[in-house]
Design a protein around this ligand. Structure first.
Ligand code: SF4
Length: 304
């Protein structure tokens, strides 16, 4: 999916920036043939250097009617090339119960649903549209057959903002009372690790993070802590500038992350894009990050 960002939420930590179209209504957004061509080109040049493929678009990928077909296309390609990779999708989950979306549960290895808090804290963190209620999400998840529900995991992003913390015990009690009712037992526990569109958000680390993990484990959940892994520099068959800005549109990247993926050339290019007024350079958590300017006219840039 490409901008404008569509999602039923407007999470304050979203690396994609503010939600432009707050919606739960799917539409036709991308052509599976384009995805096929690009993944084939990538594998032909780099081989199967990836272990996971995450379907996550410019917003919620299950607002695109073509996403099950895209996932099937990816599955066929990785099978054809013998790649041992899992396919995961990250979605708010509101369309999971719809007939057109249900094949996704067969195709992917895992469905990840962000669920950071309930009640008032959820309003602050996720700023959902009016009808994107917790009760609706829980109802949809409970209606999914048990065999498929085993493929679903929740993702909790711990953070602090203006005195509000979703790591507080009452907030966690509310959250786990909803999670517990779905029968879903796997949780990815994360904290924010890069700047977002909203100022003043702080990560939760150290003892507090460990306390939340212990709390969830004691309740019987399988908790996976998200860590960043080293990976190989990739070879691009497309234009480096286009690839880098495409990546940066998905999330701000630190100097080290750009170097790890695109080599020193990528860092030089990012610095040049700062001078061209396309990117901002931000100091966050003692690291330098490159972030696409909110004001960038992407379509004008693509058409250059
Ligand atoms: S649900 Fe995901 S895509 Fe939507 S606003 Fe939140 S973080 Fe961004």
């Amino acid at each position: 999916m490409l901008p404008p960002k569509r999602c039923p939420h407007n999470c304050i930590y979203c690396p994609l920036g503010r939600t432009s179209i707050k919606t739960m209504k799917p539409t036709m957004l991308i052509d599976p043939e384009t995805v096929k061509k690009e993944i084939e080109e990538f594998i032909q040049v780099n081989g199967c250097i990836f272990r996971n493929i995450l379907l996550w678009g410019y917003g919620d990928p299950l607002l695109n009617y073509h996403t099950p077909l895209v996932a099937k296309t990816i599955r066929d390609i990785i099978n054809q090339y013998g790649c041992k990779s899992s396919i995961r999708i990250r979605t708010t989950g509101y369309t999971l119960g719809e007939k057109w979306a249900s094949p996704i549960l067969d195709i992917v290895d895992e469905v990840i649903i962000p669920f950071d808090a309930a009640e008032d804290t959820r309003q602050v963190i996720n700023d959902p549209m009016n009808n994107a209620k917790t009760s609706l999400l829980i109802k949809i998840l409970k209606s999914i057959p048990k065999t498929y529900r085993r493929k679903i995991a929740f993702e909790i992003n711990l953070l602090k903002i203006n005195g509000i913390k979703n790591s507080d015990p009452p907030t966690l009690d509310e959250l786990t009372s909803h999670i517990g009712s779905t029968g879903i037992v796997k949780i990815y526990l994360k904290t924010i690790n890069r700047p977002s569109w909203k100022q003043m958000i702080k990560p939760v680390r150290g003892k507090l993070f460990a306390r939340v993990k212990d709390y969830l484990v004691d309740k019987g959940y399988i908790v996976k802590e998200c860590i960043s892994e080293k990976h190989n520099t990739i070879v691009l068959s497309s234009d480096l500038e286009e690839a880098l800005i495409n990546h940066l549109l998905r999330k701000p990247l630190s100097t080290d992350e750009i170097r790890a993926t695109y080599g020193d050339k990528g860092v030089v290019l990012a610095e040049k894009m700062v001078l061209e007024n396309l990117l901002d350079k931000i100091l966050w958590g003692q690291k330098l990050f490159f972030k696409v300017k909110q004001t960038i006219d992407l379509y004008k840039w693509i058409g250059r």
